[in-house]
Write a protein of this length. Structure first.
Length: 253
């Protein structure tokens, strides 16, 4: 009974289930420690394990749990003003997604997102100045719009969060809350269009629980990491993920 539940009625092998649960732990630990990257890495692992039709919705719900756990564990560090305006843009972006981006080639989106990430992280910006409300709404709108078609947009959201004058714990908490909202909207959209999460519920719950443990350990490590080293690692990982997008775009041309 348990094996059938975890394997989504034998849609995946038991050995694959074990790999995914372990991967959820380590990728959640990575995101909690470094601030970014776990979602993209987990998507890459899941891409070789799950049926194509289930990949994005299952990954989205697992990430909803992972980011939700991290948001709860860093609740006092969240910038609620950022989240409020981000949410407004995110809802609009989710609503308009099927009317706007569906006609754009994937390679165009990959190039655009990667270039934008590099500009946001490395481009000139005023020191110690937070994003304006309009900028926060735009961040929610753009990233959620892209999320519905590209998949893991964590690096792009992280690049927007990085533009604010945050401490390492504020970055982690605010990023987690924004991603929780975004993955929640994604889950709603996939449910609305008819995807059945019931078949995958056992595997999703197991991966979320494993990810929660990884997040708990990762946040313990984060508190011991010097702020300067954290910021360097954060920018480096986001940049590498942007270059990965560019590489995928070049390969698909």
């Amino acid at each position: 009974m348990l094996e059938t539940l975890l394997t989504a009625n034998e849609a995946v092998a038991p050995s694959v289930v074990l790999v995914l649960i372990v991967a959820s732990f380590f990728t959640s630990l990575m995101t909690a420690t470094v601030g970014i990257g776990g979602g993209v890495l987990l998507l890459a692992v899941m891409a070789g394990s799950l049926p194509v039709a289930a990949l994005i919705p299952v990954h989205g719900l697992v990430q909803l749990g992972s980011n939700g756990n991290r948001a709860v564990m860093t609740l006092k560090h969240i910038d609620w003003n950022m989240l409020k305006f981000f949410a407004l843009g995110a809802v609009i972006g989710a609503f308009l997604a099927s009317f706007v981006v569906v006609q754009l080639p994937l390679v165009f989106i990959q190039f655009a997102v990667a270039t934008f990430i590099l500009f946001l992280v490395w481009g000139s910006k005023p020191k110690a100045q937070e994003m304006k409300p309009a900028g926060r709404v735009m961040a929610g709108f753009v990233t959620t719009l892209v999320s519905m078609f590209v998949g893991a947009t964590g690096p792009l959201v992280a690049a927007f969060v990085h533009r604010n004058n945050y401490s390492k714990m504020q970055i982690t908490g605010t990023f987690a809350s924004c991603m929780t909202l975004q993955h929640g909207l994604k889950a709603f959209v996939f449910t609305f269009v008819g995807f059945s999460f019931v078949q995958w519920a056992g595997l999703i719950v197991a991966m979320v629980l494993s990810g929660a443990f990884g997040t708990y350990i990762g946040l313990k490590v984060l508190k011991r990491v010097p702020t300067q080293k954290f910021m360097v690692a954060f920018k480096l990982v986001v940049t590498l993920l942007a270059f990965r997008l560019l590489w995928q775009a070049f390969q698909s041309m």
